[in-house]
Design a protein around this ligand. Structure first.
Ligand code: SF4
Ligand code: SF4
Length: 707
């Protein structure tokens, strides 16, 4: 039996001035079962109140709000009932000619599509793990891991901190620390000992030193962790994980151009720091105080032969180490040769302080030949600012070497996709660095600190707080059965109708988040709280047996079928656009807000990700008589602006199957087109739409139109 719906059409925000409201109401009233009302301003508190009263009085089983974009007034139009939003404002009234026949047709089709979808969806029933844990695992006991654990404990969450050696990490070697407090121009005592003390005295932190992770299985809310210390194994259940395993120094042995390994007086900044902590800075060759010390910045960093990136910490470190020398030996001069000095934020004050020392000489330059003459080292420097060549004579060289990330395989994940996190360029741990930096492709596992990106102590501490907040959000969201970012709060999750599953493994292979494990036959085993609700598996499944209660193959097919297609003599082409709700849909909204006009012949279906588009929708649309199909999504690529990582890439890969659909139907390739836009490219929307409509008009109507 059909659900009884309440259909609420808003005439405010110029909708009423643009669209024939009486005709629209007729569409809404087509079934006498439903309630259809028009309001002058639906977002007013009293209008919302009226809807709530109707839901109770009229026993409504669903509500359609035909008004502004679903991206606005989300709170006001959230009823304790299945709700569908029809975007009459941004996608119709604000982007098309007022009171035009084509604009009215667009509005009516939009409402029909909303009604059709409502027939095939249900309010989602959340998946809640049986015994969700609230504890959080932190891997790595350096400054990031310790900070994350302390902050979680302060927020009331128990953490299990696992460190493979002893707490402190690289910070244990620090002699002094760069300024973190006003006026930001003096060196500070390293904070690591205080932090270790703080974490050790936190009741809510369980510490495992000299331990490793043997295995992590399960899913957010119920990750099962095996911690190994020598022969002893400890088992814990945690809700989420912060990976803070940090970095390794770049292998200085590879820096032969700077003479490393050929003279004991050529050392790394790490060797230097350890020496300064242990006692006075002396030349390793003879234990004498050095007279001239050269710091070579970017030694192997920002260099395509070594590390192409900036490690973010080494400029500050060399300035700090220059002061160690000046404080311990007034006669020693310091030279710093740099590509650029990068002291972001308030560290600039410290940089200025070091500049004022008349025995610290800094120059922008490139290191040329090194002549290792016994105790004296002659270094050719090409000064890139002045264009001069100079030669420095020094007796100690410190190489400011960069950071490389720790391998994430130590997570030992029991996922079919592998033991570690996927790696980004330069082997740093997975992170969607454009929109949500701590998120990895393994839901519930958040990367923090220099395993994610090169960074100094102060940034690592901030990063640890950000990642821990994400881990806490995940723990809480999972307990409510809600998705985490980017579909935060979504209660739906995919369900498989197993009796028709052919074990083809398409879903297990295409899910970017490793939601599905599989049994020996290849049948998917879902872990619903790993799922980010993108729908990519639904788009992939050739048997169409994966569905969400509120977003499924049938519902979208019904929307497609609900559009009224004019016959070929009316010369009104119809284009169907699958628009990704992450970047492309907001771009359409913004185009509407800017009152940019485009062809009214396009019918838009928002999708969670282009990867969720199932080929059956394409053949349904073409069989129905749509003349062309546009797929508009986020940009694919290494920087994975696609919110679901590879949804847009998959659309391109699945293109071959789509071509088969076209060939079978003997239709032109141009009838399907994929376009990628960024969220701020709203100004491109009219051109994308109008050019495609023109292209389709040139090809002519779809021959299936009148069948
Ligand atoms: S593909 Fe997307 S919707 Fe499907 S299981 Fe994976 S994360 Fe969930
Ligand atoms: S894609 Fe569909 S048919 Fe293939 S394994 Fe997954 S659920 Fe089964």
């Amino acid at each position: 039996m059909e659900k009884k719906l309440g259909i609420y059409i808003c005439s405010g925000c110029e909708i009423g001035k643009s669209i024939d409201m009486a005709a629209l109401e007729k569409v809404g009233s087509v079934s006498g079962e439903h309630l259809c009302r028009t309001h002058a301003k639906l977002c007013l508190a009293e209008s919302v109140q009226n809807i709530q009263e109707d839901i109770k009085k009229e026993h409504l089983e669903g509500v359609i709000v035909a008004a502004c974009s679903p991206r606005f007034f989300t709170k006001e139009f959230s009823f304790n009932q299945l709700t569908e939003r029809v975007n009459l404002r941004e996608l119709v009234a604000w982007s098309h000619e007022a009171k035009d026949a084509d604009t009215n047709m667009l509005a009516e089709d939009s409402l029909r599509m909303g009604l059709a979808k409502m027939k095939s969806i249900l309010s989602p029933t959340p998946f809640i793990p049986d015994q969700s844990s609230s504890e959080i695992l932190v891997i790595g006991g350096g400054i990031s891991g310790i900070t994350a654990s302390i902050e979680a404990a302060k927020a009331g969450y128990k953490t299990i901190l696992v460190e493979k050696n002893k707490l402190g990490g690289w910070s244990n070697h620090l002699h002094k620390q760069l300024p973190m407090h006003p006026p930001f121009d003096y060196l500070e005592k390293p904070l690591i000992s205080q932090k270790i003390h703080d974490v050790k005295t936190q009741e809510k932190v369980e510490i495992h030193e000299n331990s490793s992770i043997k295995e992590i299985s399960g899913q957010p809310g119920e990750f099962r962790v095996v911690i190994k210390q020598e022969e002893k194994e400890t088992k814990r259940k945690v809700a989420s994980v912060v990976l803070a395993t940090g970095w390794n120094p770049y292998d200085a042995e590879k820096l032969t151009e700077f003479g490393y390994g050929q003279n004991p007086n050529i050392i790394t900044n790490l060797d230097f720091e350890k020496m300064a902590k242990a006692g006075p800075v002396l030349k390793p060759s003879d234990g004498e105080v050095p007279k001239q010390v050269l710091f070579i910045q970017c030694a192997g960093s920002r260099d395509k032969n070594h590390l192409p990136y900036c490690s973010n910490y080494c400029c500050g470190t060399s300035l700090k180490q220059a002061l160690y020398i000046r404080e311990s030996s007034k006669e020693t001069s310091v030279f710093i040769v740099y590509k650029d000095i990068r002291t972001a934020g308030k560290l600039e004050a410290f940089y200025e302080k070091v500049q004022h020392d008349d025995q610290v000489f800094m120059t922008k330059g490139e290191i040329g030949q090194l002549n290792l003459q016994g105790d004296r080292i002659l270094v050719d420097v090409h000064q890139t600012l002045l264009g001069d060549n100079i030669q420095l004579e020094v007796d100690l060289i410190v190489l400011a070497i960069g950071m490389t990330p720790q391998n994430t395989e130590d997570l030992n994940l029991k996922y079919r996709l592998g033991k570690g996190l996927p790696e980004l360029k330069y082997e740093f741990a997975d992170s969607h660095f454009i929109c949500f930096p701590y998120e990895s492709r393994r839901t519930g596992i958040y990367a923090a600190g220099s395993v994610r990106s090169p960074m100094d102590i102060s940034s690592s501490m901030e990063d640890a707080c950000g990642a821990m907040l994400k881990a806490i959000q995940c723990a809480e969201a999972t307990k409510r059965g809600e998705a985490v970012h980017p579909r935060s709060g979504d209660l739906s999750h995919p369900e498989i109708y197993f009796s028709r599953c052919t074990d083809c493994k398409r879903c297990t292979e295409e899910c970017p988040f490793g939601t599905y494990d599989e049994n020996e036959k290849g049948t998917p085993i879902p872990n619903p709280s790993r799922c980010r609700r993108c729908g990519i598996c639904m788009g992939a499944c050739p048997e169409r047996v994966i569905s969400f209660e509120d977003f499924n193959v049938n519902a979208i097919s019904e929307m497609i079928k609900a559009v009224e297609i004019p016959d070929e003599f009316e010369e009104k082409p119809r284009i169907l656009a699958f628009v990704c709700e992450n970047d492309a849909y907001p771009a359409f909204d913004m185009a509407g807000q800017k009152r940019l006009k485009y062809s009214p012949h396009v019918r838009i279906i928002p999708v969670r990700c282009l990867g969720s588009v199932n080929n059956i929708w394409i053949s349904d649309a073409l069989s129905k008589g749509f003349d062309g199909i546009l797929q508009i999504g986020c940009k694919p690529g290494d920087d994975y602006q696609c919110h679901f990582i590879n949804g847009s890439d998959l659309t391109e890969k699945r293109g071959e199957n789509i071509q088969e659909v076209l060939e079978k139907m003997m239709l032109e390739n141009e009838r399907i087109k994929t376009v990628f836009v960024e969220i701020n490219e709203y100004d491109k929307i009219p051109r994308i739409i109008d050019d495609y409509v023109e292209e389709i008009e040139l090809i002519g109507p779809n021959p299936f139109k009148d069948m």
